[in-house]
Design a protein around this ligand. Structure first.
Ligand SMILES: [Zn+2]
Length: 412
């Protein structure tokens, strides 16, 4: 099989998709179900159809582009990722897995390869939690790890529900039909930028992901009492922001003292009310993001944050409420797919590292219903979710080549 990647076309497609954005270049903003997101999807669907793939969308907008196999009843070999982008993001996160997946299939077509199992490219809806507060809505529904009832309750900051928004965007059908039947996939592989510095630092072009870290996230609301910044004396204060400051440090400490550098914890948002220079903060909303490759250690860190909340609440006379948004288990890659990726690297003389994924991806949820693995390529300085996110055309082409080889070996 003579596999060649059309790197120039792939690169021009990545650039073209980056221009469908609500932010000025080089930043990319593409929030799920906005007109911009829908325009990007239509653009992608057209490219899939041009490649001769049969496209279908489910009720939440997950988009499948299929190359029929010689055995139409055989389970699917799948690849793909997402194209939604957080505000002020870059152009490679997710996109490399979608357009790289498409180019991998075109490269296989050009080589004369004919799959036995159907090969499918999948574009997931709403990998990013920007609009509805929970990430990976599409893949969670496909896997059934998010119930349809729970999905219906998700709403954006305007109070519009997922259901309303997707119907307005032109996506019909019942959400109950999104879940994939058992045994749908024979194998699943997602190509993605690393979003960390390891591959670049080690000067290795490819990472084979053996495990995806377990993410948890929460909204924390601290209620104290406000008042005039001149009038309320210090002994009488129940300042919500001072309590938040202590809690943020407790979050950092919970991760730092877990016993492993695999534990990471972040408070990324802090909303202060009423937010005036001469007013004691009466309410603060924080977000918590806590991850680990080890579930027990992740949960122990979550527990440490809870205990700190209680302590701070008693000491400062404030109430602290924690609403857990998600607490997912980690996933192990399937040995057979890790082997297929390893052989594909060897076939093409490529060095690789085996590594965990510290970020989570749609593959985490697909792992609940299918054997999965992921393939990482380096990104400059490990930067992601920012406009200067960058992966070189050579690295993207290398990842796409190994992906194509792997998809072929899995669909024989
Ligand atoms: Zn991503």
């Amino acid at each position: 099989m003579n596999l060649t990647i059309d790197s120039a076309r792939l690169q021009s497609e990545i650039d073209e998709l980056a221009r469908i954005s609500d932010a000025e270049a080089p930043a990319v903003t593409r929030i799920v179900f906005t007109p911009t997101d829908m325009k990007a999807r239509a653009w992608l669907i057209q490219r899939c159809e041009t490649a001769g793939l049969a496209v279908r969308q489910d009720a939440i907008g997950n988009t499948f582009a299929r190359w029929a196999g010689s055995d139409p009843n055989a389970p699917v070999v799948g690849t793909g990722s997402h194209i939604d982008a957080i505000p002020n993001a870059g152009k490679y996160d997710g996109v490399v897995g979608v357009l790289g997946g498409l180019e991998a299939m075109r490269a296989l077509q050009r080589s004369g390869f004919r799959p036995k199992n159907p090969l499918e490219l999948l574009l997931f809806t709403s990998e990013e939690p920007t609009r509805f507060g929970v990430g990976c809505i599409g893949s969670r529904l496909l896997a059934g790890t998010l119930s349809v009832d729970a999905a219906r309750k998700l709403a954006d900051s305007n109070g519009e529900s997922v259901d309303e928004v997707r119907q307005k965007a032109g996506l019909g059908g019942e959400l109950e039909t999104v879940k994939l039947p058992n045994g749908y996939y024979k194998a699943w592989v997602e190509l993605h930028i690393e979003q960390g510095p390891v591959l670049e630092r080690e000067k290795v072009g490819l990472g084979i992901v053996t495990q995806i870290a377990a993410p948890a996230s929460a909204r924390i609301t601290i209620e104290g009492s406000g008042g005039h910044a001149g009038g309320v004396l210090m002994p009488d204060r129940h300042d919500a922001l001072c309590a938040a400051a202590e809690l943020i440090l407790a979050v950092e400490n919970a991760a730092r003292t877990s016993g492993s550098t695999d534990t990471v914890a972040t408070v990324g948002m802090c909303d202060v009310f009423p937010g005036a220079i001469n007013s004691v903060p009466s309410r603060v909303r924080l977000t918590l993001d806590l991850r680990d490759t080890n579930l027990a250690r992740r949960d122990a860190a979550l527990h440490a944050v809870e205990q700190a909340s209680q302590r701070i609440s008693e000491k400062r006379g404030v109430t602290i409420q924690t609403e857990l948004l998600n607490a997912d288990a980690p996933a192990d890659s399937a040995p057979a797919i890790v082997d297929a990726l390893t052989r594909a690297c060897q076939t093409h003389g490529q060095n690789f590292l085996r590594m965990p994924s510290r970020a989570y991806h749609d593959s985490l949820f697909i792992s609940r219903i299918a054997p999965i693995a992921m393939l990482f390529i380096p990104c400059r300085n490990g930067y992601s979710h920012r406009p200067d996110e960058y992966a070189s055309p050579e690295d993207i082409a290398r990842g796409t080549l190994v992906l194509a080889e792997t998809l072929a070996s899995l669909s024989l």
